[in-house]
Design a protein around this ligand. Structure first.
Ligand SMILES: [Zn+2]
Length: 380
């Protein structure tokens, strides 16, 4: 839901919030598999921090500021400085690297009202963000692992057509010519090591480093930029980050900023369009709706609903005093993968009459059999 009280800042209703959580679960699977550690850092941070990070010089027009007595704060437009404070709060040995700190980080950007567009261009969103601190030698393997995570994740959601772009130094940027050349070469080498085809996008990098962007094509043939992987030699410098090398001396780590899906909310918007609101069972916020034929079946319908819920099915019930024909029509508009009609016979047998959107009439199943079917479908 979008409201004039908060332009470009979506309200998430229950089904949408469930969808966001389901997407998050898939991202967390990747975090687990690839040894990321999850952190959570503040959304409001002292203005001085943004001077230090370089955001003030390069990004302040898109930031929200606030004043409290004599202190000035900013709402974070990116999660990087928070991650750097976490890294810098402790000593690190080369043996801990790569140190991968992930955060589902809520960010706010003051986009002009004219460019706002549904869930696809907003002012407040959550990035599936991570910052990887590593040595220069580890860049290639780390970038390759990020590309692999993106491939796996996009395939899971039904996107197989992924385009890759390498963006280089923009006009407004920090760091020396030499640092940029080194960073751009490192990313090109990582892509080359995987035999990946990519396009060069000159001048479109982040202000702190070059980046690789990942674009997906949806069911309507439209292209969306989602994942990103950015190399950064600047921020470790600005935050004076270090690790102790095998030689016992202090060294500067390299920082990789990466997001697999980019904005979680935007990705949810792309998915809604991609599936035209008709999600596969594993991703549907409500997987099945129980439809009692008449009021006298409501009590049994409620019992079946509760049992399914306890067996892990995301289930709803329509126990209004409407004809079953009306309930079925309304449920079709709700685009649920399954309708479960219950009348005298189902009540007697302890079952549900199953109608699948994909397979049509499935016939009567016991409550446990239906829950099993959902579990199998979700797992596959
Ligand atoms: Zn970052």
């Amino acid at each position: 839901m979008l409201r004039p009280e908060a332009p470009g800042m979506p309200f998430w209703l229950p089904n949408g919030t469930t969808l966001l959580h389901l997407i998050e679960d898939e991202v967390r699977d990747q975090l687990r598999k690839r040894d990321y550690k999850e952190i959570a850092t503040p959304q409001v941070l002292d203005e001085g921090l943004w001077h230090r990070s370089g955001h003030w010089d390069n990004y302040k027009d898109e930031m929200y500021f606030m004043q409290d007595d004599d202190k000035r704060y900013a709402l974070r437009p990116m999660n990087c400085p928070g991650a750097c404070l976490v890294y810098g709060s402790d000593r690190h040995s080369y043996r801990e690297l790569p140190l991968r700190l992930a955060e589902f980080g809520r960010v706010s950007r003051n986009e002009r009202e004219g460019v706002l567009h549904g869930l696809l261009r907003v002012r407040a969103f959550t990035q599936d963000d991570a910052h990887v601190y590593c040595t220069e030698d580890q860049i290639t393997a780390e970038v390759a692992s990020i590309c692999e995570a993106i491939d796996e994740l996009y395939a899971r959601f039904g996107f197989d057509d992924v385009k890759v772009e390498l963006s280089t130094r923009p006009d407004k940027s920090m760091g020396s010519e030499e640092q940029w050349a080194k960073a751009e070469a490192a990313l090109a080498e990582a892509l080359g090591s995987q035999d990946r085809e990519y396009e060069l996008n000159p001048g479109d990098g982040a202000f702190y480093g070059p980046k690789i962007d990942f674009h997906i094509t949806d069911a309507l043939g439209r292209s969306w930029q989602c994942g990103t992987c950015q190399l950064d030699f600047q921020m470790p410098e600005r935050f004076d980050l270090s690790y102790t090398g095998a030689d016992d001396a202090a060294h500067r780590p390299v920082m990789i900023h990466r997001a697999l899906l980019g904005s979680m909310e935007r990705f949810a918007g792309i998915l809604i369009e991609h599936y035209a609101g008709r999600f596969p069972t594993w991703l549907a916020p409500v997987q099945a709706i129980v439809l009692p034929i008449s009021d006298r079946h409501n009590e049994y319908a409620r019992r079946a609903h509760d049992e399914l819920r306890d067996l892990g099915v995301r289930v709803a019930i329509d126990d209004r005093s409407e004809s079953v024909g009306r309930k079925i029509r309304d449920a079709s508009l709700g685009r649920y993968p399954y309708m479960l009609v219950v009348g005298d016979r189902e009540q007697e047998n302890g079952g549900v009459a199953v109608r699948s959107h994909a397979d049509g009439d499935v016939g009567e199943l016991s409550v446990a059999e239906f829950a099993d079917r959902i579990a199998k479908e979700t797992a596959s």
